[in-house]
Design a protein. Structure first.
Length: 320
């Protein structure tokens, strides 16, 4: 994956900003998908929103944002959704800061605001060579069929992190329904035969270490904190959700791992794992949030995986 730092002005970012339930939220001349249609689970509170505007008006650095490049040369926000919306809404005059709307600022103040340069890391994962090497490494590890005396229980971990909320409700209004849907996938998962073996669980891009040796570039899978006995196909699901892949990209990763031979039933199973693991990490993010650690859009995207890939799994199960 290639990652490049870009400096983008607020003027460029807010150009063409539109917020429409049917078409989602777009900015940057229509080339940036800020929020998909109907995604409304999490929005900044007034204090958080004002802090974004205060940072810019004071000339302080705003936290970097991350965008992903799409195949059609447009972009999708990985991290920075609510900061982007706050900037666009203020520039459009949707709310005031310090008792002043944007239109009440002097021309000089408006110019400084619009010319403020945002730091944006643009991530391009279009080159599949590294992906193929990672999946080859993962296949080779799974083929070893290693055994240990402990398991990683996905459903157990979902419940465990929920208990750490200490009775507080989820930040998502439809959490109970979403959890019910995800748990309803368990009979389908339990009914399938699996090659139960040591599974990494945290097989994400950050844990595939490329390094140089005297004989050339080598690849090592690192960080075995969560590893345990499980269906090895969980590792594919984990890779997908960490990369924030959409369905098409998830399908492509499966095709790479299975070398073009992923049957419908296996695909349905991995969709189910994506939904299950999305809920697991969403619950983990909610626990961390109660400790004062915010994961922003990452947390929201994990919850979206629970909802969206439950539907994908059900559709694929009916076709399998």
């Amino acid at each position: 994956m290639q990652i490049e730092l870009h400096k983008i002005t607020v003027r460029e970012l807010t150009n063409g900003y539109v917020d429409n339930n049917e078409n989602g939220v777009r900015a940057y001349g229509g080339r940036l998908d800020v929020r998909p249609p109907y995604q409304r689970e999490f929005v900044y509170k007034e204090k958080q929103r004002d802090a974004v505007i205060d940072t810019l008006t004071q000339g302080f650095p705003l936290n970097v944002m991350y965008w992903a490049v799409r195949d059609d040369d447009t972009f999708e926000i990985i991290d920075g959704q609510q900061r982007t919306i706050s900037l666009c809404q203020f520039a459009r005059g949707d709310f005031h800061y310090d008792m002043r709307f944007f239109s009440n600022l002097t021309p000089e103040e408006q110019g400084r605001f619009l010319d403020y340069r945002l730091m944006v890391y643009v991530c391009d994962g279009g080159d599949e060579r590294d992906l193929k090497r990672c999946m080859e490494k993962l296949r080779a590890f799974h083929a070893m069929r290693l055994k240990v005396d402990h398991t990683f229980d996905i459903f157990g971990q979902i419940e465990f992190y929920e208990t750490l909320w200490e009775g507080e409700p989820s930040v998502y209004r439809d959490y109970s329904r979403t959890k019910e849907q995800v748990l309803s996938l368990r009979p389908f998962i339990d009914s399938l035969e699996k090659d139960w073996c040591l599974t990494h669980i945290d097989a994400i891009p950050d844990n595939f270490l490329f390094y140089q040796t005297e004989s050339g570039e080598a690849l090592q899978l690192t960080d075995w904190e969560y590893s345990g006995m499980q269906d090895p196909h969980v590792d594919i699901a984990m890779f997908c959700i960490y990369c924030l892949y959409d369905r098409r990209q998830c399908d492509r990763l499966m095709d790479i791992y299975f070398e073009g031979a992923c049957d419908r039933l296996t695909r349905a199973k991995i969709y189910a794992y994506i939904a299950m693991c999305g809920l697991l990490w969403s619950n983990w993010c909610e626990f961390k949030r109660r400790l004062g650690v915010e994961f922003g859009e990452y947390s929201l995207r994990q919850y979206r995986y629970a909802k969206d890939f439950y539907r994908c799994a059900k559709e694929q199960m009916e076709e399998a």
